[in-house]
Design a protein around this ligand. Structure first.
Ligand code: FAD
Length: 511
């Protein structure tokens, strides 16, 4: 018996409220790590209500999803087959900086660092010295692969000059949740179907002690994970943790989503196309394309937004568009007493850079890192809230940057975005880059320097100055190195398989 157990302090019953992507992404690693422990077994119970259902969107991810999948020991090809997944090398942005503007936000760098400097510093110097320097995108493998619809994973053993890229996935959100559900249940998680109608609390501590279902059943627990979606059943409904509203920075508050038939080419990237009062997403899967329109209903009507969505489809709509409303922001405390909110119940920032699933991965990882005893020491909650707060704010700033840097003035919406007040942290970031070509990294686990470089330069910010230390290298040698690297990238991409063929091969290997 464990000493902790003798003191009666170990968590023995975890109750997860909600079975959307967040609920099952939480249940799977908790079941894997805790459910069958020989000394300190812990029940992992998930309650979900099919009557309420899930949000049913959330299909594009960041490369960190691979770390999450690997930690569960998921088989790559099986995952591709079962979730209808495709590979994602980044996001193509159209009409964002101005109408006709097109650029790619890639996963990975613009070639490897040269003599200890980020490639973009040398590129800026070359662009200021030589006429007609090709766009920096030409030095990103991920961008070039996306341009030619190619895919092969980078070599993990011996990454070299031509491996400076990364990738995430697009997948069918409901199939992914089901995949994780099977995984969690096989490892001992218990699934309960039912509608929670009441939450019981300890009269003195205020800790949640049980949730009561409509049919009279009670589910007791020591630790409750609130994955109930926007409603935040426990964290807000019961504990009134409060919500910080960021709509003044990010005015979109609505979305409509609709799947459509596949196009002939399976593209290895998400597309984001700016529209008069928001933007369209296009997420290619094996069996269909996921589409949506994110917009502000203060600047357009739902009917007009629906028309813009349907007009932008690449294939026949497979359903009626579904309406979603949201308030951008985050819960003031996502861990309070013995309740930890993960997923939409903890906050939401529009899906422009596919950050929500990444925030779920981060929260689950942090919870395991700061796993409490039954008393849920408030210092653990403070640390969780502090680190998650940094992450949410850094995502908020990065997304706000996409809007703020526009030069579009063709609609009320874009004029608002160009003129709106922004957080001081973002103002500093933009000024630093514009003046010096440097990037301030606030959150080490968040977007890295190449992402800021791609977005700012893509949106038309050319730094006035590059790192002066770059001037100490022979410019002809640097120019030669860039020419050679560009050639090498072009040759490497040419030899890669077509993305669609690679996906088909993976799916076939699983069957
Ligand atoms: P939900 O899916 O809403 O699940 C809530 C669960 O709680 C359900 O199972 C429900 O039955 C249960 N529940 C609620 N109340 C009760 C009750 N009283 N009793 C019992 N059960 C209850 N993220 C990305 O990473 N990439 C994307 O491309 C992306 N696109 C998005 C597009 C849009 C328009 C939106 C709104 C979100 C997008 N997201 C994206 C976010 C992503 O969809 C969510 O982060 C993810 O699906 C997690 O949702 P959830 O599990 O927190 O909530």
């Amino acid at each position: 018996m464990n000493s902790n157990d003798t003191q009666g302090g170990a968590i023995r019953r975890i109750v997860i409220v909600g079975g959307g992507t967040a609920g099952w992404m939480t249940a799977a690693p908790l079941a894997q790590r805790l459910a069958n422990h020989p000394d300190v077994p812990c029940e992992v119970t998930l309650v979900e209500s099919p009557e309420i259902g899930t949000i049913g969107v959330g299909e594009a991810t960041l490369p960190t999803i691979r770390v999450y999948n690997q930690a569960l020991g998921l088989d790559g090809a099986d995952f591709i087959a079962k979730t209808q997944a495709s590979f994602k090398l980044g996001i193509e942005f159209k009409d964002w900086g101005h109408i006709g503007n097109r650029f790619f936000h890639q996963f990975g760098d613009f070639g490897p660092p040269l003599a200890g400097f980020g490639a973009h510093q040398h590129w800026l110097r070359l662009a200021q010295t030589f006429n007609n320097m090709p766009a920096i995108e030409n030095w990103s493998l991920a961008s070039m692969m996306a341009r030619y619809n190619k895919f092969v994973p980078p070599s993990e053993e011996k990454p070299g000059l031509t491996d400076a890229y990364s990738y995430g996935f697009h997948f069918d959100a409901s199939l992914y949740a089901k995949y994780l559900r099977d995984y969690a249940v096989e490892r001992g998680a218990v699934r309960i179907e039912g509608m929670i109608v009441e939450v019981e609390q300890h009269p003195e501590s205020g800790f949640v002690t049980a949730v009561k279902l409509r049919d009279g059943r009670r589910v007791e627990g020591d630790l409750f994970i609130d994955c109930s979606g926007f409603r935040g059943l426990l964290i807000e409904g019961t504990l009134k943790a409060g919500y910080e509203d960021w709509s003044h920075y990010l005015p979109c508050n609505s979305a409509q989503a609709v799947p459509c038939a596949s196009a002939p080419q399976l593209t290895p990237f998400t597309r984001s196309t700016a529209k008069e009062a928001g933007w369209l997403w296009r997420i290619p899967l094996q069996h269909r394309i996921g589409n949506g329109h994110v917009y502000s209903n203060g600047f357009t009507t739902d009917e007009q937004a629906r028309r813009v969505l349907l007009d932008g489809l690449d294939g026949e709509a497979l359903d009626e568009p579904r309406q979603i409303r949201f308030v951008t922001g985050r819960r003031r405390k996502s861990w309070d007493k013995n309740v930890v909110a993960i997923g939409l119940s903890a906050g939401f920032i529009e899906p422009l850079e596919s950050t929500s699933i990444n925030l779920i991965e981060t929260a689950v990882g942090k919870l395991l890192e700061l796993f409490p005893d039954r008393d849920c020491n408030p210092a653990l909650a403070d640390e969780f809230n502090r680190t998650m707060g940094i992450r949410y704010e850094s995502v908020r700033d990065f997304i706000t940057l996409h809007y703020k840097l526009t030069t579009r003035d063709d609609s009320e919406f874009w004029r608002y975005c160009a003129n709106m007040a922004i957080p001081d942290s973002l103002r500093h970031q933009i000024e630093l880059f514009r003046e010096t070509g440097r990037v301030a990294i606030v959150d080490r686990g968040g977007f890295a320097e190449p992402s800021f470089v791609a977005m700012m330069m893509g949106l038309g910010v050319t730094p006035k100055r590059y790192d002066p230390l770059a001037d100490r290298f022979d410019i002809r040698a640097v120019h030669g190195h860039f020419a050679e690297l560009r050639d090498m990238i072009a040759q490497t991409v040419k030899r890669m398989p077509d993305h669609g063929a690679y996906v088909a091969g993976q799916a076939a290997a699983a069957n």
